[in-house]
Write a protein that binds this ligand. Structure first.
Ligand SMILES: Nc1ncnc2c1ncn2[C@@H]1O[C@H](COP(=O)(O)OP(=O)(O)OP(=O)(O)O)[C@@H](O)[C@H]1O
Length: 750
C-alpha cells in the first residue's frame, strides 16, 4: 500500500454508503460507540466463482462489553473480524469503531487502539517470546518498563513458557497463548480475538475469560471474540450467532436462555438454525434481526452501567472516552488534512524497528545469512575458476602419409631450425600447441572411425608428397595448379559437437601454421612474415590481444550474480512473511505497508551493498580481472543493478501468494535476463525484434555501462555510461511505484 490506512479513510468518507451523522450521533449519545456494522456485504472471487460470504450483516457491540461471535466453520466470522481490523474491505456496508468510521485517522485502527489475534500464528518463529513482545512494544512505542511488567504479568496469566524460548520451539497451544499475549500486550481499547482459546486447557480458559471480563468491566475495553466452545461464550455480554454470512440473532446470553427456554447456548443455536432452515422469506429474517438488535441494544445499555462505581470512576479518570471522541470529532478540516498527511508518511521509528527485525530474522537463520553473504562471492570465484581456461589433453589423430621408414622418411627433432624442405609435415606438427595430444594413425579411415567413436576430437592428415607439393606451390605462386593446391593442403576434420573445443582446435592449428611459416622463412633467410596471410590484427583499440573469456564475460556475470542474489533473497523473505500472516499482523499493529516495503528493501540493500563489495573484491582483487575504468563507478552501477533486483523481487513477492509461484516467477525473470541481456551472447547477434526487447530488460544498459567502464575505461561523460545509470534509476523508481500500487490494489480488492 502506498499510503496508509488513514489516507484510505478519505475514500471511505466519500462513500455514499457511509452511516449518516444522525446515526452516528444517536449511537454515540446512547452509548453505542463500540463497534457498529451495518448492511455488511462481502464476496470473494470474481465472475462465475464469485460467492457471498457476508450478507447484509448488522452487528452492534457496545463499548466496554464482550461480544461473543458464534457460528459454524466457514460462516464468515474471520471475514468480518478481518474487515473490522481493516485487513479487508467490505463490498458494501459500513463499519464504525469507537464512534468513528473505520479508517479515519482518529481511531488508531489499524494501530495501537486494536489488539488482534488472528487464527494463524502470525509470529516470527525465530524470535523468542521476549523478543516478540519487545518487537511489538517498539512498534507500539511502549516504554521498556511497561514492556517488562506486561511480559511478567502475561506470562503468569497465560502460563507462558520461559521468555527466552524461541516461538518455533513452542507447542501449538503455547504458540497460541504467545499470540494472545501479543494481542493483549499494549492494552488496546478494542480486542479482536479469533478463537483465542483453541488448544487451551479448561483452567487456563477460565483465567483468560476472567481477564477479558476484567478488561471490559474495569477498563471499559471492548472485546469481540469468536469461539468454537459455545458454552464459554456465556461470559460475554452479547452473543451474535452467525450462519451463512448473516447474523441470525444478537442478544445477551441471559435473554437468549430466557426467551428460548433452553438451558444451553448450544441448544439455542441449534434451535435458531432449525428455525432459519424453515424460514423462506427474507422479510421474516429482517424482522427477527431488527427485533433482536433492539433488545440487544437495551441489554448492552443496561450492562454498560453495570461496572462498580469505583471502577467506572477509575476508568473515567484515566481517559473519559466520550470526551476524547468529542474532541477529535471537532478537529478542524485543515488540522485533519495535516494529520492525514503526516500519518501517511512512513514513520522513521517503524522503519528502524522493521530493519532491526529483518536483521535479527536473517542472523537467526545462519545458513541463509551465510548464503546471502558469501554465495555471490563463491559464485564469482567459481566463474573465474571454471570458465575461460583453455582445454587441455585434446586428442587429435595424426595421419601422416609422408612417413615411410623404408625410404628414410621419418620425423626428427631438429627439423625446426634448418631451411631444408624435407618432412615439412613433421615440422608443422612440432609447432602445434601442447594442449593437443597427437595420436598417430595409419590411415584416414581408422582415424575417422576413432573420431566417430569419440576417442579423438579430430583428424589432421598430410598427403604422401606433402613437402614436395608445398614447395612447388610456393615456387609457382599465382600459377599453382589446382591439383597441387589440393595435395599441399593439411586436411583437418574436427568433431564440432562442442563449439568451444572446435574453436580452440581451430585457433591452435592456425597459430601453429603462422609459427611454422614464420620459422621456415626465417631459417631460409627470408622476411619471417612473408609466408603468412596478409590480414594482420594490430594492437586493439580497447582491451588487449587475446582478451580472456572471463574478462569479456565479467561485466555481465557481475551484474547477473548481484541482481539474482538480491532478487531471490528478498522474494523469499517477503512472500514467507505474507504467507505466515506476519504482514497482516504488522499492518493491524499500525505498520504501514510502505514501511514494511522500506524495511525489507532497506535491510536487503545493506546485504546487496555487502554482496556487491564481495563480488567485486573477488573479481577484481582476487582473480585480478582487469578494470581499466573508475572502480567507484563500477561499484555504483553494480549496486544499482542489485537494487533493481531488490525492487523486482518485491514486485514478484507482491504478486505471488506462495513461495512456489514466487520461485517460478524469479526463475522466469532471471533466464531471459541471462540470455537476452548480452551476458551470454552479444545483443547484436539476436534477431532485430529481440534486440528491441533486450533493450527493455533491466540489466541490458547496466551491463553495457559496466563493460564500457571496465574494458574501455570510459567515464560518466560517455553516453553509454550515463545512460546505464539513468536507465537503472528509471527502473528502480518504476518498479517501486508499480510494487506499491500492486500492494495497495491487492489489499483493497481482497
Ligand atoms: N481469501 C479468500 N478467498 C476466497 N475465499 C475465502 C477467503 N477467505 C475465506 N474464504 C472463504 O470464505 C468463507 C468464510 O471464511 P471465514 O474464514 O470467514 O470463516 P469462519 O467462520 O471464520 O470459519 P472458521 O470458524 O473455520 O475459521 C469460507 O468458505 C472460506 O473458504
Amino acid at each position: 500500500m502506498t499510503e496508509d490506512v488513514i489516507e484510505e479513510s478519505a475514500d471511505v468518507l466519500a462513500s455514499p454508503q457511509r452511516i449518516d451523522s444522525e446515526t452516528i450521533n444517536s449511537a454515540s449519545d446512547s452509548g453505542v460507540d463500540g463497534v457498529i456494522v451495518r448492511n455488511a456485504n462481502k464476496s470473494y472471487g470474481s465472475g462465475k466463482n464469485k460467492y457471498k460470504v457476508l450478507q447484509d450483516l448488522n452487528m452492534t457491540v457496545k463499548k466496554g462489553t464482550i461480544y461473543g461471535l458464534l457460528g459454524a466453520s466457514g460462516c464468515g466470522k474471520t471475514t468480518i473480524l478481518s474487515c473490522l481490523v481493516a485487513l479487508r474491505t467490505l463490498n458494501s456496508g459500513e463499519i464504525q469503531i469507537l464512534g468513528h468510521e473505520l479508517g479515519s485517522a482518529e481511531i488508531g485502527i489499524p494501530g495501537p487502539q486494536v489488539g488482534y489475534m488472528p487464527q494463524e500464528l502470525a509470529l516470527y518463529g525465530d524470535f523468542t517470546i521476549h523478543e516478540t513482545l519487545t518487537y511489538f512494544g517498539r512498534i507500539y512505542k511502549l516504554k521498556t518498563k511497561f514492556v517488562k511488567s506486561q511480559l511478567k504479568f502475561l506470562s503468569e496469566l497465560l502460563d507462558l513458557p520461559p521468555s527466552d524460548r524461541l516461538i518455533k520451539t513452542l507447542s501449538g497451544g503455547q504458540q497460541r497463548r504467545a499470540s494472545f499475549a501479543v494481542a493483549l500486550f499494549h492494552e488496546p481499547e478494542l480486542l479482536i480475538l479469533d478463537e483465542p482459546t483453541v488448544g487451551v486447557d479448561p483452567l487456563l480458559r477460565h483465567n483468560i475469560w476472567n481477564h477479558l471480563v476484567r478488561q471490559s468491566v474495569d477498563h471499559g475495553r471492548t472485546v469481540i471474540v469468536t469461539t468454537h466452545y459455545i458454552e464459554e461464550a456465556k461470559q460475554a455480554n452479547t452473543i451474535g450467532m452467525m450462519r451463512g454470512g448473516r447474523l441470525l440473532v444478537e442478544d445477551s446470553p441471559g435473554n437468549l436462555i430466557r426467551n428460548y427456554g433452553l438451558p444451553s447456548l448450544e441448544d439455542i443455536f441449534l434451535k435458531i438454525c432449525l428455525k432459519d432452515d424453515g424460514k423462506s422469506s427474507a422479510s421474516q429474517l429482517t424482522e427477527t434481526s431488527t427485533s433482536t438488535r433492539t433488545s440487544s441494544n437495551e441489554t448492552c445499555l443496561a450492562q454498560i452501567t453495570q461496572p462498580s462505581e469505583s471502577s467506572t470512576k477509575a476508568s473515567n479518570q484515566k481517559r473519559t472516552p466520550d470526551d476524547k471522541c468529542h474532541t477529535v470529532k471537532t478537529v478542524s478540516k485543515k488540522k485533519r488534512q495535516s494529520l492525514n498527511f503526516r500519518s501517511s508518511l512512513p514513520s522513521p521509528r517503524h522503519v528502524n524497528v522493521l530493519i532491526r527485525k529483518n536483521a535479527l530474522v536473517m542472523f537467526r537463520n545462519v545458513i541463509v545469512f551465510l548464503a546471502s553473504f558469501f554465495l555471490p562471492a563463491i559464485q564469482t570465484a567459481l566463474f573465474n575458476v571454471t570458465l575461460g581456461g583453455e582445454p587441455t589433453s585434446v586428442k587429435m589423430a595424426i595421419v601422416n602419409e609422408e612417413l615411410d621408414l623404408n625410404q628414410g622418411r621419418f620425423c626428427s627433432n631438429n627439423t625446426m631450425i634448418d631451411c631444408s624442405y624435407s618432412m615439412l609435415s613433421c615440422r608443422y606438427l612440432q609447432y602445434i600447441n601442447d594442449n593437443i595430444i597427437q595420436v598417430p594413425y595409419d590411415n584416414v579411415t581408422d582415424a575417422l572411425a576413432a573420431g566417430k567413436n569419440g576417442e579423438v576430437w579430430g583428424v589432421i592428415q598430410f598427403g604422401q608428397n606433402f613437402t614436395e607439393e608445398y614447395e612447388i606451390r610456393q615456387l609457382d605462386g599465382n600459377s599453382a595448379e589446382l591439383e597441387n593446391i589440393f595435395r599441399s593442403r593439411i586436411n583437418v576434420s574436427i568433431d564440432s559437437s562442442n563449439q568451444q573445443i572446435d574453436a580452440f582446435i581451430h585457433k591452435w592449428l592456425v597459430e601453429a601454421y603462422r609459427d611454422f611459416c614464420h620459422g621456415l622463412m626465417k631459417a631460409c633467410g627470408h622476411e619471417p612474415g612473408a609466408g603468412y596471410m596478409p590480414v594482420v590484427f594490430t594492437d586493439p583499440v580497447y582491451g588487449q590481444k587475446d582478451t580472456q573469456f572471463t574478462e569479456s564475460m565479467a561485466p555481465g556475470l557481475i551484474i547477473a550474480i548481484i541482481y539474482s542474489s538480491s532478487l531471490i533473497f528478498i522474494t523469499g523473505v517477503f512472500v514467507g512473511e505474507r504467507q505466515q500472516g506476519l504482514v497482516d499482523r504488522n499492518f493491524v499493529a499500525g505498520v504501514k505497508l510502505v514501511e514494511i516495503f522500506i524495511g525489507h528493501v532497506g535491510f536487503q540493500f545493506v546485504m546487496t551493498f555487502c554482496q556487491t563489495s564481495t563480488v567485486l573484491i573477488t573479481m577484481l582483487l582476487i582473480f585480478k580481472v582487469p578494470c581499466h575504468g573508475n572502480v567507484i563507478l563500477v561499484f555504483f552501477i553494480s549496486l544499482m543493478q542489485g537494487s533493481i533486483g531488490l525492487c523486482f523481487g518485491m514486485l514478484i513477492a507482491s504478486i505471488c501468494d506462495n513461495i512456489n509461484g514466487a520461485l517460478y516467477l524469479t526463475q522466469a525473470n532471471f533466464l531471459p535476463i541471462l540470455l537476452m541481456g548480452g551476458i551470454c551472447w552479444p545483443i547484436e547477434g539476436m534477431p532485430s525484434t529481440l534486440q528491441v526487447i533486450a533493450r527493455f530488460l533491466p540489466v541490458t544498459y547496466g551491463i553495457e555501462c559496466l563493460r564500457s567502464i571496465c574494458s574501455r575505461g570510459w567515464g560518466i561523460e560517455m553516453p553509454v555510461v550515463y545512460m546505464g545509470f539513468l536507465v537503472s534509476f528509471a527502473w528502480i523508481f518504476g518498479l517501486i511505484a508499480l510494487t506499491l500500487s500492486i500492494i495497495r490494489y491487492r489489499k483493497y480488492s481482497s
